[in-house]
Write a protein that binds this ligand. Structure first.
Ligand code: AMP
Length: 471
């Protein structure tokens, strides 16, 4: 099928050609005609399949007729993270060059003032993360009764991050007669229920996911005898130094690890910067831009922060430890070896990680060679132990204190929702205040005293809901 056959307007076809695409991807070929005919669509597709254009292109054509009114967006795209929301916005800009659609991006970390102004002028497309959208609604800056089209993007990520109650709340604020498009990489029962509740006779489109790792990626395991952090940091450094790395991503399982590893690499002269959900938006955007432009060599990232980001041509992927979910491993190493290029991935595996690693090997159905840079084994032998604080035991300690780490991991907890929501809700003043008390709740392992060993006195684990409500 060619783009000419999917039913898009001449102006859009021109924009698609200008973007350099000649053929629709399978999800585009199937979704675009359905969206144009105003049907609800459930798209089971991962990032990398071209799913963003699958909804952005027909939305532009559908919105080309009609006008927006003040505070009443005509369409709404909800994405789980700020980066993904920004990426959708970029797609609207790219494909909408020949249209005069107005757009606003409602994400945490951007001043309310600018967003208010845009909303007041009226927008055709509103792209938002759930927390900020609800904030703006509750501030009376937004009426959702004019929304003709709703897109829920990366629905399973929303579930992982605890956003489903927010999505339900938002859906109930929209007019019942509207078109709803839902995209998700997987279809767990909670998402199927959400689709059943808010969609009418949707067309179900499933495109095969990149289930296996590309043959262009050579995968290595770095077997470690010890699980202490110093050993891991030394190993990751030596592995990086042993290869000719132009640009690479170092994946960590926790936000606190992302910070520590980035700091350690920088200290040892590497050009590295962290990216995770607790960092200010401006910094995250700047870091990603630098990485994309080739001005930054190593991006140290958490899975959620990196998921779905369109970063082309990464030569190397390094896993500080195997991810808890073997699907994430496929996503991680899928950052390299794209479009026929070759790539290499390296995973540190200590004895504690063996179970996770077994799951990974089973998932990728390939044997993964061991790799040990010259001299590393001896260097690790000579290292003093860090007091037996393995990544896991330290992680457990963090988990007691570090709710935001959980929000990054697919923990499916409401707490994570609160942490993301409150992150997006806070004004800069709040932020300052929070920072002083925040180290406690963020639980940055390096800043916190160890958690008390005995039972918690007072409210203990049960904190009444009204005390948890954001101020
Ligand atoms: P997505 O799945 O939306 O994250 O898209 C992944 C990548 O595919 C992006 O870099 C898009 O620019 C690219 N892309 C989208 N549509 C097409 C197409 N029809 N042909 C080739 N590449 C595309």
């Amino acid at each position: 099928m060619t783009f000419d056959e999917v039913g898009l307007s001449e102006e859009l076809l021109k924009a698609v050609t200008a973007a350099g695409y000649s053929e629709p991807t399978p999800i585009q070929a199937q979704a675009i005609p359905s969206v144009l005919s105003m049907r609800d669509v459930t798209g089971i597709a991962q990032t990398g399949t071209g799913k963003t254009a699958a909804f952005v292109l027909p939305m532009i054509d559908r919105l080309a007729q009609g006008r927006s009114k003040a505070r009443m967006p005509r369409s709404l795209v909800i994405a789980p993270t700020r980066e993904l929301a920004a990426q959708v916005a970029e797609n609207f800009e790219k494909y909408g060059v020949n249209h005069k659609l107005t757009m606003a991006l409602l994400i945490g970390g951007v001043s309310f003032g600018d967003q208010d102004k845009l909303l007041m002028q009226g927008v055709d497309v509103l792209i938002a993360t759930p927390g900020r959208l609800i904030d703006q609604f509750e501030r009376g800056k937004l009426l959702l009764t004019g929304v003709e089209m709703l897109v829920i993007d990366e629905a399973d990520r929303m579930l992982d991050m605890g956003f489903i109650p927010d999505i339900e709340k938002i859906c109930k604020l929209l007019p019942p007669r509207r078109q709803t498009l839902l995209f998700s990489a997987t279809m767990p029962p909670e998402i199927a229920r959400l689709a059943a509740q808010f969609q009418t006779d949707p067309k179900r489109i499933e495109v095969s996911r990149p289930a296996q790792t590309a043959d262009t990626i050579t995968q290595y395991k770095i077997p470690l005898k010890s699980s202490d952090h110093k050993a891991r940091r030394t190993a990751i450094r030596r592995v990086i130094e042993s290869r000719d790395v132009t640009n690479g991503i170092v994946f960590c399982n926790r936000k606190s690890e992302v910070d520590i590893v980035a700091k350690s690499l920088t200290k040892h002269g590497h050009d590295a910067a962290p990216i995770h959900g607790d960092l200010p938006q401006a910094y995250r955007t700047q870091t990603l831009d630098k990485f994309r432009n080739g001005e930054l060599k190593l991006l140290v990232a958490s899975d959620v922060a990196a998921r779905g980001l369109d970063i082309p041509a990464v030569g190397h992927v390094f896993n500080y430890s195997p991810p808890p979910n073997s699907d994430d491993y496929v996503h991680r190493i899928g950052r390299t070896g794209r479009a026929g290029r070759t790539g290499e991935s390296f995973t540190l595996v200590c004895p504690e990680d063996e179970k996770l690693w077994d799951a990974v090997v089973k998932r990728v159905e390939k044997s993964v060679e061991d790799y040990m840079p010259e001299g590393l084994a001896e260097e690790l032998e000579a290292l003093p132990s860090d007091g037996g604080r393995s990544s896991r035991s330290r992680g457990r300690r963090n988990d007691r204190n570090d709710r935001s780490d959980r929000s990054e991991r697919p923990a499916r907890s409401e707490r994570s929702e609160r942490s993301e929501k409150s992150a997006s809700r806070e004004s800069s003043k709040d932020k300052e205040k929070k920072q002083s008390r925040g180290n406690k709740s963020r639980g940055d392992s390096e800043l916190l005293p160890p958690a008390p060993a005995g039972p918690v006195v007072g409210l203990g684990d049960h904190v009444p809901a009204f005390l948890q409500r954001p101020i």
